[in-house]
Design a protein around this ligand. Structure first.
Ligand SMILES: C[S@@+](CC[C@H](N)C(=O)[O-])C[C@H]1O[C@@H](n2cnc3c(N)ncnc32)[C@H](O)[C@@H]1O
Length: 273
């Protein structure tokens, strides 16, 4: 590309959809969409062009936009993301909305988000309910570093702890609500080798088993961690709702139920003590 190439020329040449090339240019030039539309026929410095071309090449190789831009919006907040964390999904907002509904009548509730990744669930709850004492855990130290930085940047009060599911929590402590979006994709599921999932941390996606082992551990451990009348809500795959309701009932929890996401899929299941 010649020395006075413009964002418009480079976008046309790169082969990406216009929306994506525009987002990459906004990121490289640190400008708004409106500015870009008004100025995309003006030459840019060679280093900006080189950075755009490097990002476009990575996108063409399949890397998720969220990792290239370093951020993703969730519940109206911008979360920084790196390849150490799952990219927060809009599907998961139903878990946060259900959690907030459960907490409506509780003052200063103690809440735990197990397997917090970027911190999206825990931080969204903490921002919506500043009176809540929110704890967020993860097995991954790298994920916790991303989550901690997000909490600090967004001004959320969250305590972060590292460890294996309930094992990360202070002994004997009970909660008004437990939420989790654990890894629930089965080891052999072909989706793991497709699309964005190829670039996300395997330990955030799969339990390296049937897909139900983390969900089973979370259901089985809940009675020792819930306050009387408190609930647990778990995100799961689109075929797993009946299995998760069964696991919750087998753990001696009551009123197991599922909630559908905006696409009409049973996306989360929960029960109470
Ligand atoms: C599906 S991701 C969810 C991330 C985030 N909560 C979200 O919804 O975007 C699952 C998370 O569980 C964590 N995890 C996996 N196994 C774990 C374990 N045994 N104990 C605690 N966290 C675990 C992973 O590191 C990952 O961050």
């Amino acid at each position: 590309m010649n020395a006075d190439a413009t964002p418009r020329d480079a976008s046309r040449a790169c082969g990406l959809p216009r929306l994506e090339s525009g987002m990459l240019w906004q990121h490289v030039l640190n400008v708004s969409r409106t500015w870009l539309v008004a100025h995309d026929d003006e030459p840019v410095p060679p280093d900006a062009m080189a950075r755009f071309q490097a990002l476009a090449a990575r996108r063409l190789a399949g890397e998720p936009m969220a990792y290239l831009l370093g951020e993703r919006e969730f519940m109206g907040h911008v979360f920084h993301v790196t390849p150490a964390v799952l990219i927060p999904r809009p599907d998961t907002e139903v878990l946060v909305e259900t959690a907030l509904a459960c907490l409506r009548d509780r003052q200063a509730p103690r809440v735990v988000d197990l397997g917090t990744g970027s911190g999206a669930i825990a931080i969204s709850i903490a921002l919506a309910r500043p009176d809540a004492q929110v704890i967020a855990t993860d097995a991954s130290a790298e994920a916790l570093a991303v989550a901690r930085a997000n909490a600090e940047r967004l001004g959320a009060r969250v305590l972060f702890l590292q460890g294996d599911w309930y094992g990360a929590l202070p002994a004997g402590e009970r909660y008004a609500l437990v939420v989790s979006n654990p890894p629930y994709i089965a080891r052999e599921d072909e989706h793991l080798t497709q699309g964005d999932l190829r670039f996300e941390p395997p330990g955030a996606l799969t339990d390296f088993g049937s897909g139900l082992t983390a969900l089973e551990a979370l259901a089985a451990g809940a009675p020792d961690r819930l306050l009387p009348g408190a609930s647990i809500w778990l995100e799961h795959g689109w075929t797993q709702a009946a299995d998760v309701r069964r696991l919750l009932t087998q753990a001696n929890l009551r009123d197991a139920a599922s909630v559908r996401d905006l696409a009409g899929i049973e996306r989360i299941s929960g029960a109470c003590l």
